[in-house]
Unconditional design. Structure first.
Length: 256
């Protein structure tokens, strides 16, 4: 079966005011795969990620040029509902950000907002199971989400994103605030979720990118301080035989 493209980015430029933060990115993202975005701080990885579900719309002064085709439709067309896009392309942030509600209500909230009319208990359980959290919280669903550990809170946020059944899940350094054991739990979860979802993950951890992703995209900062895509390829090739010298220098720690 031929690999299908779920997101196709063409000539993407992102500005903050007059500053060009991300320059001329072209990238295809394959369905039911994990694509890792790597590169030094300030190279535009998170800015680029936020373009994939129009989260940059919420940032004052941000503007986007180019196309992000989601199932062959540009999500930046004037007649596209950004809220609908964000329910179909979910996002998990760097630091766990549960709502100040119970564990149960964290999952149920997004479902209610999206007009869910099915069995809420069933939907909450399904989402928590998908995030490998059900067995840990099933007897305390009415407890505050803030009573969970950091790693559990992050898996709750993943469950919350999955509850509305998105097709794509964006993850912005989802394990950077977690300890090594919680980090491995998130990585195991990412590998499991790609059977059902398309995942794009920003990470500063080279080993993590190598462990969890199918493809890796390396971003750099140009002399004009704009971030740009150096190369995107199969993860094994990027880490063993990259096309560009700058990629090899970054991966091997000889980057300056």
């Amino acid at each position: 079966m031929a690999e299908t493209i779920v997101l196709s980015v063409k000539g993407l430029n992102v500005y903050y005011g007059d500053f060009l933060a991300v320059k001329d990115v072209n990238m295809d993202i394959k369905r039911e795969s994990v694509t890792a975005l790597i590169g030094p701080s300030g190279c535009g990885k998170s800015t680029y990620l936020r373009c994939l579900n129009r989260m940059n719309d919420l940032i004052m002064g941000a503007s986007v040029q180019g196309q992000v085709l989601f199932e062959n439709r540009n999500i930046y067309d004037s007649d596209v509902d950004a809220t609908e896009i964000r329910s179909r392309i979910g996002m998990v942030f760097q630091k766990p950000n549960p709502f100040p509600k119970s564990i149960y209500q964290n999952i149920a909230f997004g479902l209610r907002v999206n007009g869910f009319s099915g069995d809420m208990d069933e939907a909450v359980e399904k989402s928590l199971r998908q995030a490998a959290l059900w067995d840990e919280v099933k007897d305390r669903l009415n407890d505050s989400a803030f009573a969970l550990s950091g790693g559990q809170q992050q898996r709750l946020c993943i469950a919350r994103a999955l509850a509305v059944e998105p097709e794509v899940v964006l993850m912005d350094e989802p394990a950077s605030a977690l300890d090594p054991i919680a980090t491995l739990a998130i990585e195991d979860l990412v590998r499991e979720l790609k059977k059902t979802y398309t995942i794009v993950i920003v990470t500063h951890n080279m080993q993590q990118a190598a462990r969890v992703s199918d493809e890796t995209a390396f971003f750099m900062v140009g002399e004009d301080r704009s971030g740009y895509l150096v190369e995107q390829d199969d993860t094994q090739k990027i880490f063993t035989n990259p096309t560009h010298q700058r990629t090899e220098e970054y991966i091997t720690g000889r980057f300056s």
